[in-house]
Design a protein around this ligand. Structure first.
Ligand SMILES: Nc1nc2c([nH]c(=O)n2[C@H]2C[C@H](O)[C@@H](COP(=O)(O)OP(=O)(O)OP(=O)(O)O)O2)c(=O)[nH]1
Length: 176
């Protein structure tokens, strides 16, 4: 559990920690497993495929509710906070930025509605063998395959200031 210890120390020492959610909608499409990703249209991570999420707001009752709210806003589906399954924690640091990002990672299988394009995201279903890692954050190929296998993850990725590559990382993967 080396990653969990490192994450705890990073969060303890950080001058400022901001909480974010990141959720992956999963479905079984006639026996083929698929995950919903969205092309981020603006802001932080624009031009990359990702799960759905954003900042936890003071008005969110729980982190799970924040994850559901973000998914509802960005993919225009209806998901309940109580259906969000917590899958782990990712911490991101960026050279020169005192603020540390604490990302709460979820998966969810229960939803209603049809995922549709919002101001922020253009959603698309991907089979697990066609995830567009080359157009995702550099760290995603390290942990997303484990997540899709149903594992839990705890990791930290320390990025250069330009956000394109990381120079250090730790990752624990455990059976759910
Ligand atoms: N897959 C992946 N997701 C990441 C990485 N880094 C990172 O911040 N994210 C996620 C966490 C959040 O879901 C999202 C960043 O949140 P955001 O800036 O879109 O937050 P928001 O929607 O509240 O922002 P806004 O309304 O102010 O534009 O990106 C990463 O390296 N990989």
């Amino acid at each position: 559990m080396a990653a969990a210890r490192r994450v705890a120390d990073t969060l303890f020492k950080a001058p400022k920690v901001k909480h974010y959610t990141l959720a992956f909608l999963l479905r079984d499409n006639n026996g083929t497993k698929e995950v919903l990703l969205g092309m981020k249209k603006r802001g932080f991570g624009a031009g990359k495929w990702n799960g759905f999420g954003g900042k936890v707001e003071p008005t969110d009752a729980t982190v799970s509710d924040a994850a559901a709210r973000e998914m509802n806003e960005e993919a225009l589906v209806t998901v309940l906070g109580s259906d969000m399954e917590e899958k782990g924690t990712l911490v991101f640091t960026f050279t020169g930025k005192p603020e540390v990002m604490h990302v709460h990672v979820f998966q969810v299988r229960s939803y209603s509605g049809v995922p549709s394009e919002s101001d922020e995201m253009k959603p698309q279903w991907f089979t697990y063998d066609a995830i567009p890692y080359a157009s995702m954050w550099a760290d995603d190929k390290y942990w997303l395959p484990s997540l899709l296998e149903g594992k839990n993850i705890v990791g930290q990725f320390d990025f250069d200031a330009d956000e394109t590559k990381f120079y250090d990382h730790v990752l624990d993967v455990t059976d759910a």
